[in-house]
Design a binder for this molecule. Sequence first.
Ligand SMILES: Nc1ncnc2c1ncn2[C@@H]1O[C@H](COP(=O)(O)OP(=O)(O)OP(=O)(O)O)[C@@H](O)[C@H]1O
Ligand SMILES: [Mg+2]
Length: 310
Amino acid sequence: MTRERTTVVGSTIEINGLSKSFGAVRAVDDLSLTIRPGVVTGFLGPNGAGKTTTLRMLLGLVAADSGSATIDGRPYAELASPAAVVGAALEAASFHPGRTALDHLRVHAPMVGVPDAACSRVLAQVGLADAARRKVGGFSLGMRQRLGLATTLLGDPGVLVLDEPANGLDPEGIVWLRGFLRHLAHEQGRTVLVSSHVLGEVQATVDDVVVIARGRLVHESPLSDLVAMAAAQVRVSTPDTDGFVRLVTEQGWDFSEISGGLLISGASPAQVGAAAHAAHLELHGLAGEGMALEDVFLKLTDPARAQVPA
Ligand SMILES: Nc1ncnc2c1ncn2[C@@H]1O[C@H](COP(=O)(O)OP(=O)(O)OP(=O)(O)O)[C@@H](O)[C@H]1O
Ligand SMILES: [Mg+2]
């Protein structure tokens, strides 16, 4: 009988002062972060930000120049049975096209140190039980992604590290992946770290977000904090733009000038209204409005590029 574990104790991932250069390129630059179990964490950053390099160092595939990356307090190389601790899919895996899904897993099982029965278990977990005896050469991209995930689950690891797992998935595949990853974290207690260069792709999946740009940490919080940052904008219409610029600068709020007024971030409409009233500034309109979450992400990763539209 195969039985799916219902409670898995995930481990904490700790990254401390991690750095790596390739020649003149500082791919990862003094990066420190903590990834906790029981939630899905999105590891976000634009192309070339250093996500894959960080994950490769975490998995002992690339040596760090300095700093440390540990799982449950140990570097990957010192884990007694790594496959039972962490399952990782770093890039679209290549499969032997002539092999069936089951055979692909049977090749991996001895390396991971699990019995044959584990192969059917993980295929069922990813919804490929019916395709177990079909040749992988005929699999769709989404089916291959599922098989890749099944491979990472063979050792029933408490930690899953997935580099851009949503790449190439159709909307239905993304919905499936979302439910699956959340189940692994929330119901089973695993640590799930998922990288992506598009926030929108993982927005509905992740609980926590870590954002890096040019190898450095630029943001780390629950997703809800990022959503709150997106919501905190106030549009002010006024004939006295100069007066408002002085006021907003005094208050230390961020702003941009728009036609007929200002767009202020970091303050609520009530705060802006009260400050305007106290300063006797003429106010024609005051409205709270949201920024697209993707714009917050852009602003974090490339402040120069993120001009708030007027
Ligand atoms: N083996 C390597 N040799 C030289 N430069 C490398 C190597 N690996 C990564 N880099 C460089 O390090 C930087 C970070 O790359 P990395 O692949 O970690 O980014 P990423 O965040 O995963 O990007 P993407 O979203 O495109 O996957 C890039 O400038 C990249 O060109
Ligand atoms: Mg990458």
